[in-house]
Design a protein around this ligand. Structure first.
Ligand code: ADP
Ligand code: MG
Ligand code: ZN
Length: 497
């Protein structure tokens, strides 16, 4: 029986404000900051402390909610979600349950199958938990305080608690179960990451856990309306793991169902080394958390004026930017989306095209090809490159004008990238100006043919591919600077004589 996947996503995104959700502690980098250095009695969950809502966190959340075309509720309610875990010393998480900040949004995705609309069910504010690091006994690591690890004393595994992240504002975005493939899920996650980066509310550093994705996956026989039993994969923080985890579960469900078995509703984890999911726990229900309104916080009121102000201040969003690139530069949907989702890349591309009469296609090819390649090798970000857009434009103009050939331009670009020197300077100093002089090239071709009588004979005997070898020889004689079109034409002419 043919099945179709049905998938809905829950995504947690940190709102990277200066201070935490309910206290004045700073939001610090969870990887580099020493553990437990951004903690106070409020976020450490001491009894008798009182939370106060961070206005900036609400504003950041509103940006995202409005960019997702959600309806913002004028009043939303904070609630306590009760459970025990060592990373949440209060014994509950402040979240929003019955009345979330925003609902009923949508996002338009650009997939390989065309456009796809995903409905957003809700977006609500909550606080992040602390971070646990589980240490195996045999590791015997020295923990960060410099004391001998507990495990070497006791020979047993132990866990470290870091509360720096506890109380960091989190926005949870829940979709309807509108996804029908692992690809759609990945495209959504990438679009969401691009969106929150463009809105300036999140760095998008997924490997640091600032954005975590939980797909809910089920399958159903094609034609059936009712959803099947779902499995939730917890806390994925890379697009690769997301796409593979979803694909893995779809396949597993198909195997279980088509062999007459049943799927158990449960929560699973993704094991990247094994490229497989593993069972974590059977699914808890909402009533297990005994949600109730947070007595220490008043209802959150968001005025219509506030909503209008945030809406008016939204920057150009990646989706609109991609549409503009398609329209103004005749890029394909995929090309435009690629540029628009990397804002720094897109802006750079635009500056290049503005700097001179350069074909958008050529600018796109150089920025996303050669230049991005150099950036990736250097391990630096696109923001820190030494080549100004107008300097790349000047280099491309030299190609357009026939002053240097493509191959030379690539060498020059690498040099510009390393040294920050300008193209004209490098070309001048290296004597790299393209040789288009027909007489000179004719002479080089004649010399080459004279030196390679065997190849010439086999060409004339019908082995035409020999021309490529001879072309290479001529280019070498010209120090790579000869105009390739002229060389090919002259070579052809002399060979058929
Ligand atoms: P839970 O209470 O278990 O978290 P929800 O009903 O709140 O479940 O839904 C969580 C996410 O799972 C939503 O994105 C929703 O669209 C999706 N979802 C719900 N039921 C299914 C299902 N049967 N198959 C796939 N996704 C589902
Ligand atoms: Mg869930
Ligand atoms: Zn604090």
């Amino acid at each position: 029986m043919p099945y179709e996947p049905v998938i809905g996503l829950e995504v947690h995104i940190e709102m990277q404000t200066q201070s935490k959700m309910f206290c004045a502690c700073p939001v610090v980098d969870s990887v580099s900051a020493p553990p437990n250095t951004a903690v106070c009695p409020v976020c450490a969950g001491h009894p008798g402390t009182l939370p106060v809502v961070n206005e900036k966190a609400v504003e950041y959340a509103l940006r995202v909610a409005l960019a997702l075309e959600c309806t913002v509720n004028p009043v939303s309610i904070f609630a306590r979600k009760n459970y025990f875990y060592p990373d949440i010393p209060k014994g509950y998480q402040i979240s929003q349950y019955e009345q979330p900040l925003a609902e009923y949004g949508r996002i338009c995705l650009q997939t390989s199958q065309g456009e796809k609309i995903i409905r957003i069910r809700r977006a609500h504010l909550e606080e992040d938990t602390g971070k646990l690091t589980h240490v195996e006994a045999e590791v015997g690591a020295i923990h960060s305080a410099g004391k001998e690890a507990l495990s070497t004393q006791t020979g047993r595994p132990y866990s470290l608690v870091d509360l720096n992240r506890a109380g960091v504002p989190l926005l949870e975005i829940v979709t309807e179960a509108d996804f029908r493939s692992a690809e759609e899920v990945r495209v959504y996650a990438m679009a969401l990451r691009a969106l929150v980066r463009a809105l300036g509310v999140n760095s998008g550093d997924m490997e640091k856990g600032v954005m975590r994705i939980e797909p809910n996956i089920s399958i159903r026989p094609i034609g059936q309306e009712a959803f099947g039993t779902k499995v939730e994969i917890k806390n994925l923080n890379s697009f690769r793991a997301l796409e593979r985890g979803v694909a893995y579960e779809i396949k597993r469900h198909e195997q279980v169902l088509s062999s007459g078995g049943a799927i158990a509703q449960e929560t699973v984890g993704w094991d990247d080394a094994a490229q497989a999911t593993y069972s974590q726990r059977s699914k808890e229900d909402a009533h297990d958390y005994r949600y109730f309104p947070e007595p220490d916080l008043p209802p959150l009121r968001v005025s219509a004026e506030w909503v209008e102000r945030v809406k008016a201040d939204l920057p150009e969003l990646p989706i609109a930017r991609a549409k503009r690139y398609q329209r103004d530069f005749s890029l394909s949907a995929a090309e435009a989306t690629f540029l628009a989702e990397e804002a720094a890349l897109g802006e750079y591309f635009e500056r290049v095209t503005e700097a001179g009469p350069i074909a958008a296609r050529s600018a796109f090819a150089w920025v996303t090809g050669e230049l991005l390649g150099l950036v990736n090798i250097s391990n630096g970000g696109f923001e820190s490159i030494k080549i100004l857009p107008q300097d790349l434009a000047a280099l491309l103009m030299m190609v357009t004008e026939g002053k240097i050939n493509q191959a030379t331009a690539k060498t020059v670009l690498a040099e510009m990238f390393a040294s920050g020197r300008k193209a004209a300077e490098i070309v001048e100093a290296g004597g790299l100006v393209q040789v288009s002089d027909g007489d000179l090239i004719a002479q080089l071709v004649a010399e080459t043919l004279a030196e390679n009588p065997g190849e010439v004979a086999s060409y004339r005997a019908g082995k035409l591919t020999v021309a490529n070898f001879l072309f290479g020889q001529v280019m070498r004689k010209a120090g790579g600077k000869a105009n390739p079109q002229v060389v090919r034409a002259v070579l052809e002419k002399q060979l058929v004589l």
